[in-house]
Ligand binder design. Structure first.
Ligand code: PMP
Length: 405
């Protein structure tokens, strides 16, 4: 069977990244890995979930928990999320919320909703790899969005025009971004809204790490600023993607979209066509656990992760040669490192795994144009103090060696 003859053209854009293949080899006990961007499993609220799942299995409740449910999602959970969105300055109700199977599913649906082949998506350079992967299936072109500098909308248009197609949306992760750890300032958020208004495009606000702020002043979501300037969520252009993956559990696959009802209505049709609804039991358990302990639990995560961030920054300051630069994130899970332009981080990874038994993610994969080869992402979320000290020491040693220069 010549399978490629029967596959749709969009498959050409859906490739396993070399990096992912390489990272699969890293699951060996003697490797100190700063590669995986995942929550520390030691911190999962397992006991609370165990109780919530047992309660959902009681006679009576099991009839709901094990049954099909509506595509929009479990209403009490949508109500709780709407309340949290209101706390963030997004006044909305449960009908502005769609529950998705992680925010990854939301990114796929938003690509499906907005991108025809050759349309242009504005994305940050670098961007979350999974977003590029989700959008790729809809065969877009990419143009560079640089909200961290002061670009005029005309400039954005010129850049996007060079890429071709209708510009549909700007995608970014404004809080402690994956992979850079950077946070977009209030002024940057307002400027982005100005640019999006001038271009007549949507904004996809990927808020995966939004709750994980360790220090600094909290900044309202772009959607909150949009609601404030336009007098209500129904008049906004921002689509907010949230998730419980970084706070309660990624394995349960519970995320949400918060947006104008016109958008939610279309996404509900996609959910119906794709998987009918997210698992009822997972939504019920998430609702119970979130209501019981969300704030307390997230505070604990902040304490643990911020200590690991501090430790990694101290180690980088101590061990890295002067020509290595790194971000100092106010939250999230990642530090972004920029090496001398002569160093290829993918080659460095191969040597680091072989000679120093240390792993990270080379940055090139996060750039839609394949640039950024001298960058890398370090995750501190799962590393012990000793692993951080030793792993960063070994990396520093490699970078100081003549072969790395
Ligand atoms: N957005 C960003 C920026 C992420 O880092 C991730 C997970 N790595 C996701 C979305 C997807 O997460 P989930 O589908 O588990 O909500």
């Amino acid at each position: 069977m010549q399978w490629s003859d029967v596959f749709a053209t969009r498959n050409a854009r859906m490739k396993a990244s070399e990096i992912r293949e390489l990272l699969k080899l890293l699951d060996q006990p003697d490797i100190i890995s700063f590669a995986g961007g995942i929550p520390d499993p030691e911190l999962f609220p397992a006991e609370a979930f165990s109780k919530a799942l047992a309660t959902a299995m009681q006679p009576g409740q099991a009839k709901v928990a094990l049954q099909y449910s509506v595509s929009e999602g479990y209403r009490p959970l949508r109500e709780w999320i709407a309340g949290r969105m209101a706390d963030l300055g997004v006044s909305c109700d449960a009908d502005n919320i769609l529950i998705t199977s992680g925010s990854q599913q939301a990114l796929d649906y938003l690509g499906k909703l907005m991108l025809s082949p050759d349309d242009t998506a504005l994305v940050t350079w670098p961007s979350y790899l999974g977003a590029l992967g989700a959008f790729n299936a809809y065969e877009p072109r990419y143009a560079r969005l640089d909200p961290f500098s002061n670009e005029s909308p005309e400039l954005l248009k010129a850049q996007a025009g060079a890429a071709g197609g209708a510009i549909k949306f700007a995608y970014l992760s404004p809080d402690f971004a994956n992979p850079t750890g950077e946070t977009l300032s209030l002024a940057g958020r307002e400027a982005l809204l100005d640019q999006a208004e001038a271009l007549g495009i949507a904004i996809i606000e990927d808020a995966a790490y939004q709750s994980l702020r360790f220090d600094g002043d909290s900044i309202p979501p772009i959607l909150a600023l949009d609601v404030a300037r336009n007098g209500g969520i129904e008049r906004t252009r921002t689509i907010y993607c949230g998730t419980f993956s970084k706070t309660l559990s990624p394995g349960l696959r519970v995320g949400w979209v918060c947006a104008a009802k016109d958008v939610i209505g279309r996404l509900v049709l996609m959910k119906q066509a794709a998987d009918l609804h997210s698992p009822t039991l997972n939504q019920i358990a998430t609702n119970d656990v979130a209501r019981a302990l969300f704030d307390e639990h997230v505070n604990r995560l902040r304490t643990v992760y911020s200590a690991r961030r501090d430790r990694m920054i101290a180690a980088l300051e101590r061990e890295m040669p002067a020509n290595v630069h790194f971000t100092r994130p106010e939250g999230g899970m990642f530090i972004w490192v920029t090496l001398d332009p002569s160093i290829d981080a993918a080659e460095l990874l191969a040597r680091a795994v072989r000679d120093a038994r240390v792993a990270f993610v080379p940055g090139g994969a996060f750039f839609a144009d394949g640039s950024g080869r001298n960058t890398l992402r370090l995750s501190f979320s799962c590393a012990s103090d000793q692993q951080i000290d030793e792993g960063i020491r070994r990396l520093g040693e490699m970078l100081k060696a003549p072969a790395a220069r």
